[in-house]
Ligand binder design. Structure first.
Ligand code: TYM
Length: 329
């Protein structure tokens, strides 16, 4: 049955391999049989200070990578969050249905805020999950493919939607479900495999636009352990387990199959095989990315996407306003 599938990426930095494996590469497979909305969460990128030019460039890059990963603008709706004001409007409305207690439990907020001085924690960082709920609910999305770190945010969205429907005794919002891959939903840093790979970790991340020689070097010097056995054991061998995860995802095989390939191999040989598959993937992706950039198609894609997205989003806001008693003609 056709469903509404929605996901987004925030342009706070350059896309990294975790974004690709945990989210990006899964989007296009839905587009033939579902109504797919994929957007750039640019308003979310304002939650921490960011240079305007960097934000602009990152935003265009993500669009190019969406297309490079096979998203077809004739099938999927690709747009910027800030081009559809309904996101902000529903975000403001939903803020009244979210409780401070549940917001205080958001691990991503706690993690990010803990790195800041109390006086410089922006309100937007705190209310971020409410805006994210609006992103999802505007389009009546049922399926939200994301990496593991976004699970809690999608669950908050479910709670808000259920609370809202219950309060007004109507199915105003569709209840979304996070779709998280069993393998690859949390790719770890190469320099510290107990931490998630992120867009802001130069030594531990692999950027989709990285020079392939640098990628190879980062993988060859990835932190492992003192044993010499390529075996998946997240607790005791987080580095090797992470590399096995990357390898199996990019080869489309199971972890067990990957383990079998490397029985009796030393870490150098194993790392070289991981580097080969990562570099082959990135080489193809970068070639497609360059084609998209050269085609000059980005503005047109975003304009068309914003028009299509606005229509649906505005209908939802209208419906919500009517239900809660805001005057609408
Ligand atoms: P963002 O931009 O941090 O990440 C984009 C997607 O990449 C996934 N991801 C990872 N997956 C595996 N391993 C990793 N190391 C890794 N790092 C990131 C994330 O889980 C995510 O799926 N709040 C969202 C953007 C957003 C959104 C939405 C997503 C805004 N509104 C509505 C879905 C629906 C975010 O900051 O993702």
């Amino acid at each position: 049955m056709e469903q509404v599938v929605l996901s987004g990426i925030k342009p706070t930095g350059q896309l990294q391999l975790g974004n690709y494996i945990g989210a990006l590469r899964n989007f296009a497979k839905y587009q033939d049989d579902n109504q797919v909305f994929v957007f750039i969460a640019d308003l979310h990128a304002l939650t921490l200070p960011i240079d305007p030019q960097v934000l602009y460039n990152n935003t265009r890059d993500i669009v190019a990578f969406y297309l490079a990963c096979g998203l077809d603008p004739n099938k999927a709706t690709i747009f910027l969050q800030s081009d559809v004001p309904a996101h902000s409007e529903l975000g403001t409305i939903l803020g009244n249905y979210a409780y401070m207690g549940e917001m205080n439990r958001m691990t991503q907020f706690k993690e990010k805020a803990s790195k800041l001085n109390d006086k410089s924690i922006g309100l937007g960082l705190y209310t971020y999950p409410v805006l994210m709920a609006a992103d999802i609910l505007l389009y009546n999305a049922k399926t939200v493919p994301v990496g593991e770190d976004q699970k809690q945010h999608v669950e908050l969205c479910r709670n808000l939607a259920e609370r809202f429907n219950h309060r007004y005794k109507q199915d105003v919002f569709t209840i979304p479900t996070p779709v998280i891959n069993k393998t690859g939903a949390r790719i770890m840093s190469l320099s510290d495999p107990t931490k998630k790979m992120s867009k802001s970790d130069p030594k531990g991340d692999i950027l989709l636009k990285d020079d392939l020689k640098a990628v190879r070097k980062k993988i060859m010097s990835a932190v492992t352990d003192l044993e010499c056995e390529v075996r998946y054991d997240k607790e005791n061998k987080p580095g090797i387990s992470n590399l096995l995860t990357i390898y199996s995802c990019l080869k489309d095989i199971t972890i067990e199959e990957a383990e079998k390939e490397f029985i009796g191999c030393n870490y150098g040989t194993f790392k070289k095989a991981v580097a080969d598959v990562v570099c082959a993937t990135l080489e193809e992706l970068q070639a497609k990315y360059n084609q998209v950039i050269e085609s000059g198609i980005i503005d047109e894609v975003l304009q068309k996407g914003a028009e299509k997205a606005s229509k649906i989003a505005n209908e939802t806001v209208k419906r919500v306003k009517k239900v809660i008693g805001l005057y609408t003609k």
